[in-house]
Design a protein around this ligand. Structure first.
Ligand code: BG6
Length: 477
């Protein structure tokens, strides 16, 4: 098999990490705007813990509030990105720009006008929009009033928001991703769903309940969307990455099976329309009693996704027992350091073959077209004489792109496209810093938002341009 002629080569960003101007033109704050840049960032889910997310402190820096100024720079940025030859671009819409508190009955016209303008720009260069409706964002008002996605009330509000956009953009947007990385609700619940914990409660139950509400919302959005335009295509969005067993000990292998299942649960429901058998015992063991009605189950069954989109940064590794093994950070959680993977520049482990393994795992399991909607290397770059010689990023991209092409050519995986994450430098979710850079476009900005904000093409810009122009062939040269 060859890469499809209409293979989607592109890049991806999110509103929360780029737009800034968080109170402009009627927008109100979201959960993400409350998360400060400090080392408590990802742990900050207990209401009684420091930092108190509901009472921002003057001394803290809040990257969600300034992003990379994309609210103002989108025209120039899209123009520069179009020089890469990309034919697709994934961005997210900020719920609180459209329904600032989440509870309005009429949308904010200024918010809609902003996304109209982004679509106009993309149109100008023949770039297909891939739109995420919720990329780690929920209006702060809904966090305060309902504890975010922990409450069922939020479902109808989200569906209203989605319907408004799907109606307005029925002729302009074909590919919709209702939620970014739904499995992140299990790792970073405040960012993934505006969910805060209460001391002494069964917080794991709250996380799965919030996930169930997102699954229902996802299904209801698909139901509404297919009525608006039957050609709409909906995708899941899973933070993927095969979990390896640390050894061939069957106990380690089974631990890896269980870890993969935890990761794939939400995608399983989105693809198959029902919770898998394996989860019943886990829920029993953890005393998780989901509030799930017969109607809920019928809704899930009737409205499944059309494609499986996912992010891939690294594989994971696990063992059955805590053997005092070295751990390392990965996307949203920690995992064992895999002794077979060389240490690389960048915090997360670098495993290009792991992408091919993951593509095979997902296609074997789901038999739906796959779509890589995030992949990239986050690390520090140096701007020297207006240039960035990011050979490490070029190596990362080359090896990952090689593996995705081999997955298509040799393994027969149907792949819709490849969107590089953080195609333009943006503020990192896990670290909050822009210093963890992903882009092929460098943004001259500091972690506190200062700097000239000028954009510079890195060496990886020209590398990716060549990859796209050659339909991937240049990675084998
Ligand atoms: C994914 C998210 O989890 O990983 C992105 O969808 C995020 O929003 C990306 O930026 C990389 O993670 P980080 O923590 O380096 O920003």
């Amino acid at each position: 098999m060859k890469l499809a002629e209409n293979f989607l080569w592109g890049g991806a960003i999110s509103a929360a990490q780029t737009e800034g101007h968080y109170l402009e033109d009627g927008r109100q704050p979201s959960n993400y705007d409350q998360v400060p840049l400090n080392n408590q960032r990802l742990k900050a889910v207990y209401q009684d813990q420091v930092p108190n997310l509901m009472q921002p402190a003057k001394k803290e820096i809040y990257p969600g509030r300034f992003g990379i100024d994309f609210y103002k720079t989108y025209q120039a940025d899209i123009k520069t990105l179009s020089e890469l030859g990309i034919n697709s671009f994934r961005f997210s819409i900020s719920w609180s720009r459209i329904f600032p508190t989440g509870e309005e009955t009429e949308p904010n016209q200024a918010g809609l006008a902003y996304y109209d303008a982004i679509l106009d720009e993309l149109d100008k260069y023949g770039i297909e929009p891939i739109v995420t409706l919720s990329h780690f964002e929920i209006p702060l008002h809904l966090v305060k009033k309902y504890n975010g996605w922990a409450s069922r009330e939020v479902i109808a509000l989200f569906v209203r928001y989605a319907e408004c956009l799907m109606t307005r953009y029925q002729k302009r947007i074909k590919y919709w991703i209702p939620f970014n990385e739904m499995n992140m609700i299990l790792h970073i619940p405040f960012i993934g769903g505006g969910v805060q914990f209460t001391t002494g409660a069964n917080n794991l139950e709250t996380q799965y309940q919030a996930g169930h509400h997102q699954l229902l919302a996802n299904a209801l959005v698909i139901e509404a969307g297919k009525k608006i335009n039957p050609d709409f295509q909906f995708g899941t969005m899973l933070a993927a990455g095969k979990t390896y067993a640390y050894t061939a000990d069957p106990k380690d292998v089974f631990a890896a099976v269980k870890s993969d299942r935890e990761n794939l649960l939400f995608a399983d429901v989105q693809v198959f329309g029902a919770y898998p058998n394996y989860i019943a015992h886990f829920f029993e063991e953890k005393q998780i009693h989901l509030d799930m009605t017969d109607d809920d189950q019928a809704i899930l069954k009737a409205n499944t996704v059309d494609f499986v989109s996912f992010s891939y940064y690294s594989s994971a590794c696990t063992s059955a027992e805590d053997k005092d093994l070295e751990t390392v950070a990965t996307n949203g959680f920690t995992t064992l350091r895999n002794p077979y993977l060389p240490k690389s520049k960048g915090v997360w482990q670098n495993d290009p073959l792991g992408l091919r393994i993951t593509l095979n795992q997902l296609y074997d399991r789901y038999r739906l077209p796959l779509f890589i909607v995030e992949n990239g290397l986050g690390t520090e770059d140096e701007l020297d004489n207006d240039q960035v010689h990011d050979t490490y990023r070029i190596d990362y991209l080359r090896e990952h792109i090689k593996n995705l092409i081999l997955a298509v050519q040799e393994d027969g995986v149907p792949l819709m496209g490849y969107l590089m994450w953080g195609i333009i430098d943006l503020t990192s979710v896990s670290e909050g810093k822009i210093a963890k850079r992903y882009g092929v476009l460098y943004v001259d900005q500091d972690n506190d938002g200062g700097g000239s904000h000028r954009r510079y093409k890195k060496d990886s810009f020209y590398f990716y341009q060549k990859v796209i122009n050659s339909q991937g062939a240049s990675v084998f040269e």
